[in-house]
Write a protein that binds this ligand. Structure first.
Ligand code: ZN
Length: 174
């Protein structure tokens, strides 16, 4: 792992992988080997794009300058605590828990904003999540998100058992 890909390279790898996957899915569904509804394709695409451009594992560098923080614009400042909390290529770069930490972080941020809005402007009606959320909706979202994260980790040379072997890699690298 002498060289770690930059944000730009990660984006290009993910876009290339998405293109190949989209082409394969298109051919497979034309031949009736696969059924993907337009809604499922859209959910997968949105989650994959969010994972690639907005929720990259490299947000663990958000205390400094990093590509995925820049994509948030002024809101990028919200990721600074995440960057301070997680050491680079530590827990944030694990295969299962790593992507979850960023989802949880977003959930906490949204909860804080909603809580603040309820307090400041109780009359404002907030958009509700349609209940119940079915697996048909959730699965493409999760697959799209996790796939975008795993492509990043593969490109970084991070193995699936990263973080499981204690103290294997307690280095702060860039
Ligand atoms: Zn990385």
């Amino acid at each position: 792992m002498a060289h770690v890909p930059s944000g730009r390279v990660h984006n290009l790898i993910n876009i290339a992988a998405y293109s190949v996957l989209a082409a394969v899915t298109l051919v497979a569904s034309r031949q009736g080997a696969l059924t993907v509804t337009p809604a499922q394709a859209l959910n997968f695409t949105l989650a994959f794009a969010a994972g690639t451009f907005l929720l990259s594992p490299d947000l663990d560098l958000a205390e400094g300058r990093v590509d995925s923080k820049r994509h948030w614009g002024v809101l990028g400042v919200l990721w600074v605590p995440y960057g301070m909390l997680f050491s680079h290529r530590g827990l944030s770069h694990t295969w299962v828990v790593g992507p979850l930490t960023r989802l949880l972080y977003v959930a906490v941020m949204v909860a804080l904003v909603v809580g603040l809005l309820r307090f400041v402007a109780p009359s404002v009606t907030l958009p509700a999540i349609p209940q119940p959320v079915s697996l048909k909706v959730l699965a493409p979202l999760l697959i799209g998100y996790y796939l975008s994260q795993w492509l990043h980790l593969v490109a970084d040379g991070v193995r699936p058992d990263h973080g499981l072997r204690r103290g294997a890699r307690k280095l702060r690298r860039r």
